[in-house]
Design a protein around this ligand. Structure first.
Ligand SMILES: Cc1cc2nc3c(=O)[nH]c(=O)nc-3n(C[C@H](O)[C@H](O)[C@H](O)COP(=O)(O)OP(=O)(O)OC[C@H]3O[C@@H](n4cnc5c(N)ncnc54)[C@H](O)[C@@H]3O)c2cc1C
Length: 458
């Protein structure tokens, strides 16, 4: 017997769950969002720390228009842009080169390859490139060094870990490009990403407000034990309803009824809320396969008390760190609150195939490897920009699983659909389903828009 009944229960109050919840609540559905942690926003949170904003992970948002569209539909205003990255410099043969000058003689060639990759292709034609790497696609079409350098940089910046980006899917990168170009009045790729005022954590509160204003509810500190599925149909969820007095306690659960349940958790957490007994075996196998194919983002954040050696609108790319051998980028974050102070971020990516795995950080040996990796990254940063460390008031290190690595073979049609196989009334909107053509927050907004349409259709 259920104690309560809702139209839709959403598991997880990350931006995926909040985007969808706000759309459904605004459309008249009675929505309950259940979140096991004490805060909303999931991985997309920002903390105020010693005169600046410290991001849990986010570095840049992709201007594809989807998050703006969610806000428009719920009658809210997206926090304003704090900064847009407009240009990049790259360290080639020991010399910093800006892409504008690097590409000066190659603009026609770049446009030709971009037209072939993005502008002249439909989305379906781009998706058909999912199993080819960016490197292969571009190398087969041009031998112009500057054009190659530009695509290599983009293939890495948008989430490949290799340089050249042999592990970044051409279909995936070019879908992101096309979404961005379609959202730009010029129809071209005019910027590289942006940050909202207050940090990415500022995106969630208005979404939560819309849920509450429209009769919905958000319960934090509420762990969903499992989605209840009977005869291939969702019935609701079981939630833990007791505080643990002792750590080994198996707590009681209670049933909340709902004809529609949405697992708004990342792919690698789905089996934590949906039992594999309720899904087809091949589908469970796919979840398990994809759950391992993650991308980790490593960040050093510094607060400097003098101006960094680059501008706020610039990204500075080192394709091969002097100690780590890895590509990385440095940028200014527009969040420092005191005149004369500057927040700087430097970030690196690692893929599922290289240790250490953040999923195994409970092991002391793995934590040791994580610290060693950061030591290498810091040595890279000291070598390229000694003034950052010399003029920093404090620094922090952070690493987390940011998404599924967009390898050829892991993305596009290989991802799971937001409508899972074999269960009526169950939807997936967490990072990352087939319907998300862009990574991160904007991807979660894109899926939420489609999922809301599907749930609301008569
Ligand atoms: C280091 C890092 C860097 C990143 N960089 C970027 C970037 O530059 N740009 C960008 O757009 N995105 C970036 N992202 C990704 C971005 O944070 C996510 O895409 C976004 O937050 C959407 O996440 P989500 O809603 O799918 O999942 P999450 O934010 O993980 O939310 C899922 C929620 O479900 C909850 N939950 C899980 N299981 C249960 C349960 N059993 N019961 C109740 N609740 C449960 C979790 O506690 C969590 O709050 C980055 C992430 C990280 C970690």
């Amino acid at each position: 017997m259920a104690n309560e009944s809702w139209d839709v229960v959403i598991v997880g109050a990350g931006t995926g769950g909040l985007n969808l919840g706000s759309l459904l609540a605004a459309a008249g559905k009675r929505v309950l969002v259940l979140e096991r942690q004490g805060h909303i926003g999931g991985r997309s949170i920002s903390a105020r720390h010693e005169n600046t904003v410290l991001e849990n992970g986010i570095h840049g948002l992709i201007l594809s228009g989807h998050q703006d569209e969610v806000y428009r539909r719920i009658g809210k205003t997206l926090p304003p842009n704090a900064n847009v990255w407009k240009s990049s410099q790259i360290l080639l043969d020991g010399e910093w080169r800006d892409f504008e000058s690097l590409l000066a003689g190659s603009l026609d060639e770049l446009e030709r390859v971009l037209a072939d990759a993005v502008y002249d292709r439909t989305y379906d034609e781009i998706r058909a490139l999912s199993d080819i790497s960016v490197e292969r696609f571009v190398a087969e079409r041009t031998d112009d060094a500057a054009t190659l350098a530009w695509f290599r940089y983009m293939g890495w910046l948008y989430g490949g870990t290799k340089y050249p980006p042999t592990d970044m899917s051409a279909g995936s990168l070019f879908c992101t490009f096309k979404r961005r170009a379609d959202n730009d009045p010029s129809g071209k790729l005019e910027d590289l990403g942006y940050m909202v005022a207050g940090g990415s954590g500022a995106i969630s509160p208005p979404l939560a407000e819309a849920i509450l204003e429209n009769g919905g509810e958000i319960r934090t500190h509420t762990q969903v034990d499992k989605v209840v599925i009977e005869d291939g149909r969702v019935r609701g969820v079981n939630v833990e309803c007791q505080e643990r007095v002792i750590p080994t306690q198996v707590v009681d659960t209670e049933f909340i009824e709902a004809p529609v349940v949405v697992a708004a958790v990342p792919l690698w957490q789905i089996l934590g809320v949906v039992s594999e007994d309720d899904l087809p075996p091949w589908y469970v196998d796919r979840i398990q396969f994809l759950s391992k194919k993650v991308l980790n983002t490593w960040t050093m954040t510094y607060l400097m008390d003098s101006k960094p050696p680059f501008e706020e609108t610039e990204l500075m790319c080192v394709p091969k760190g002097s100690s780590s051998g890895r590509p990385w980028v440095a940028a200014v974050l527009p969040y420092a609150e005191v005149e004369g102070q500057y927040a700087v971020t430097c970030f690196f990516y690692t893929g599922w195939y290289e240790p250490p795995s953040t999923f195994e950080a409970a092991r002391a040996s793995v934590r040791g490897q994580i610290r060693e990796k950061f030591d290498l990254f810091e040595a890279d940063i000291r070598d390229a920009f000694p003034e950052i460390e010399a003029n920093c008031l404090w620094k922090t290190r952070s690493v987390g699983t940011s998404s599924i690595l967009e390898n050829p073979g892991n993305v596009g049609p290989h991802l799971l659909s937001m409508v899972p196989e074999g269960v009526d009334g169950l939807f997936l909107v967490g990072e990352r389903t087939q319907e998300a053509e862009i990574q991160g927050i904007y991807g979660s907004a894109q899926v939420a828009l489609q999922c809301a349409e599907r749930i609301l259709k008569p």
